[in-house]
Design a protein around this ligand. Structure first.
Ligand code: HEM
Length: 477
C-alpha cells in the first residue's frame, strides 16, 4: 500500500489544491477590488510557461489585445504582477519611483549574485549611495578619458580574433570584447589568465541566472550560485590587494572604477566595505555584459544584412578615419561626429532591445486607468508595449534610422534604457562601446551573413540562434 502512495497522492492533492486556489481566489482580500484584467495562470506556475514559450514580445502583445492596452495582470516568478503598457504606462512607472513604487529583483537573482548577508537585508540605503555613485562614474565627462582605451582594445581584439579568419561568430566574440573591456576599465585587469579567473565563473552566473530556480547539483541555477560564489571570492582578493596598494602609495586619485569605489565616502565620511564594493562590481558586470554584447551583435547583424545602411555608416566612419593618423586613437570629438551611426544603433536598440524591461514593487495601493494595484504587488514595464507599436513607430518592422532625426520618437516610447530616476546609468558607456566597435569593424571589413535568415532566440537578451556567423571581406588598402 505504502508504495502506491506517491502515485495516488497527487490524485487527491490536485483537486484539493485547485479547490483551495479557487477558494482563495473567491475570498482573498483583493477579490472585491477592481484589479487590472488578466489571468493568474496555473496554480504555482502562474504564466511562466506561456511567457517562456511565446517569448516576451508575443506574450505582451497578445495580452494587450486580449485584456487592455493600458495595464494587465499576470503571475510571473511566483508574484502577482501588473504589466504597464504604452507611453502612458511607462511614464507612470518612471515618474512614480519611490512615491508609489520601489526597485525589486527576484529572490533567485539576488541569491546568485549577492553575498548571503545582503540577500535578506534592505538594500535601499546602499542603493542610494550606489546609484548616485554609478551616475557619477559613468557620466559622459567621466567616460571621455576611456575612449582611447576602448579603441585600442577594439583594435587588438580585431587583430587577434577577427583578422586571421574568413568567418567569425559575432556574438561570442562581442561577449569576449565586452568582458575584457569591463575588466580593463573597472579593475585594470589586462592579463588573459587573470581575466579568465573571473570570466569562467561569471559565464556560469549569466547562463543560470534567469533559469528555473531549482538549486540542485547539475542545474543551471545551481551553477549560477556556485559561479557567483567564485566571482565574489576572486573579487574580494582583488579588492583587498588594491586597498593595500592605495594605502601604501598614498593614492588619492582613482585610476579605475575600483579605486574610485575604494576612495569614495558617504555623507558620514564612511568608506564602502569590501563586500559592498564586490556587490557593486558584480552589479555593473551583470548589468553591462549581456546587454552590451547583445547590442553590439544586433548592430552587426543589421550592418551585415542591410547593405544600404552599411554604405552610409561606412561613409561616415571613413571620413573620421581619414581625418586621423594611422595610430591615432579615437577621441570624444570623433564620437560626436558619429551621428548617423548612432541613429543606426538606436534603430537596432528599438527593434532588438537587449533588456526587456524592469520590475518594481508597489509600496502603497494605487489606481491606474481605473484599476486598483494593491500594495506589495510587483509591476513590470517593458520595451515590447511601445517599440513595435505602429501608433508610435509607423511601419514598425522597417529598419529606418531616420526615425531618430529631428525631435525623434515621442517621449516614453523609445525606452531601451528605461526612464526616470532609475534609468540605466550605463547608457553612455554602452553608446561609446557600440560606436567604437562599429568604427573599427566597418573601417576594416565588409560583413556578409553566413546564415541569411538566422533566427533570434531569447536567453537573458535576444541572441542569434547560431551566434551570428559572418564572412569577413577586408577592405583593400
Ligand atoms: C545596450 C546596453 C544596455 C542596455 C540596453 C541597458 C538597459 C538597462 C535597463 C532597461 C535598466 C533598468 C532600468 C529600470 O530599472 O527601469 C538598466 C539598469 C542598469 N544598468 Fe543598464 N543597460 C545597458 C548597459 C549598461 C552598462 C554598460 C552598464 C554599466 C557599465 C549598466 C549598468 C546598469 C545599472 C547599474 C543598472 C541598475 C540601475 C538602478 O537600479 O538604479 N548598463 N539597464
Amino acid at each position: 500500500m505504502e508504495s502506491f502512495l506517491p502515485y495516488v497522492l497527487p490524485l487527491f492533492l490536485l483537486p484539493l489544491s485547485l479547490y483551495l486556489v479557487s477558494f482563495l481566489r473567491k475570498t482573498g482580500p483583493t477579490e472585491s477590488k477592481n484589479l487590472p484584467p488578466g489571468s493568474n495562470g496555473w496554480p504555482m506556475l502562474g504564466e511562466n510557461m506561456e511567457f517562456a514559450l511565446s517569448g516576451p514580445q508575443q506574450f505582451v502583445k497578445e495580452r494587450m489585445q486580449k485584456y487592455s492596452p493600458e495595464v494587465f495582470r499576470t503571475s510571473l516568478l511566483g508574484e502577482k504582477m501588473a504589466v504597464f503598457c504604452g507611453a502612458q504606462g511607462n511614464k507612470f512607472l518612471f515618474t512614480n519611483e519611490n512615491k508609489l513604487l520601489t526597485s525589486w529583483w527576484p529572490q533567485s537573482m539576488k541569491k546568485a549574485l549577492l553575498f548571503p548577508e545582503f540577500i535578506e537585508s534592505n538594500l535601499k540605503e546602499v542603493s542610494a549611495l550606489k546609484r548616485s555613485f554609478h551616475h557619477d562614474i559613468l557620466k559622459p565627462e567621466a567616460l571621455k578619458q576611456y575612449i582611447p582605451a576602448m579603441d585600442s582594445l577594439a583594435r587588438q581584439h580585431l587583430d587577434s580574433d577577427w583578422l586571421p579568419n574568413t568567418v567569425v561568430k559575432v556574438f561570442p566574440l562581442s561577449k569576449k570584447y565586452t568582458f575584457e573591456l569591463a575588466c580593463k576599465l573597472f579593475l585594470s585587469l589586462v592579463d588573459q589568465e587573470d581575466i579568465k579567473k573571473l570570466s569562467d565563473p561569471f559565464t556560469l552566473v549569466t547562463n543560470g541566472m534567469f533559469s528555473v530556480p531549482i538549486d540542485f547539483p547539475g542545474t543551471a541555477y545551481n551553477g549560477a550560485i556556485k559561479g557567483g560564489k567564485m566571482v565574489r571570492e576572486e573579487l574580494m582578493r582583488i579588492i583587498t590587494e588594491r586597498r593595500k596598494e592605495i594605502v601604501m602609495n598614498n593614492e588619492t586619485e582613482g585610476r579605475d572604477l575600483l579605486s574610485k569605489m575604494l576612495l569614495v565616502r558617504d555623507e558620514d565620511g564612511n568608506f564602502m566595505s569590501e563586500m559592498e564594493i564586490s556587490n557593486n562590481i558584480i552589479g555593473l558586470l551583470v548589468a553591462s555584459f549581456e546587454t552590451t554584447s547583445s547590442a553590439v551583435t544586433a548592430v552587426m547583424n543589421y550592418l551585415a544584412g542591410l547593405p544600404h545602411i552599411y554604405r552610409e555608416v561606412f561613409k561616415e566612419q571613413m571620413e573620421i578615419a581619414k581625418s586621423k593618423g594611422p595610430n591615432e586613437l579615437l577621441t570624444w570629438e570623433d564620437i560626436e561626429k558619429m551621428k548617423y551611426s548612432w541613429n543606426v544603433a538606436r534603430e537596432s536598440l528599438r527593434l532588438t532591445p537587449p533588456a526587456q524591461g524592469a520590475f518594481r514593487e508597489t509600496i502603497t495601493e494605487f489606481t491606474y486607468a481605473g484599476f486598483t494595484v494593491p500594495k506589495g504587488w510587483k509591476t513590470f514595464w517593458t520595451v515590447h508595449s511601445t517599440h513595435k507599436n505602429p501608433k508610435y513607430f509607423p511601419e514598425p518592422e522597417k529598419f529606418d534610422p531616420k526615425r531618430f532625426e529631428g525631435t525623434g520618437p515621442a517621449p516614453y516610447t523609445f525606452v531601451p534604457f528605461g526612464g526616470g530616476p532609475r534609468m540605466c546609468p550605463g547608457k553612455e558607456y554602452a553608446r561609446l562601446e557600440v560606436l567604437v566597435f562599429m568604427h573599427n569593424v566597418v573601417t576594416r571589413f565588409k560583413l556578409e551573413k553566413a546564415i541569411p535568415n538566422e533566427k533570434i532566440v531569447f536567453h537573458a537578451s535576444p541572441t542569434p540562434a547560431h551566434g551570428l556567423p559572418v564572412h569577413l571581406h577586408p577592405h583593400e588598402k
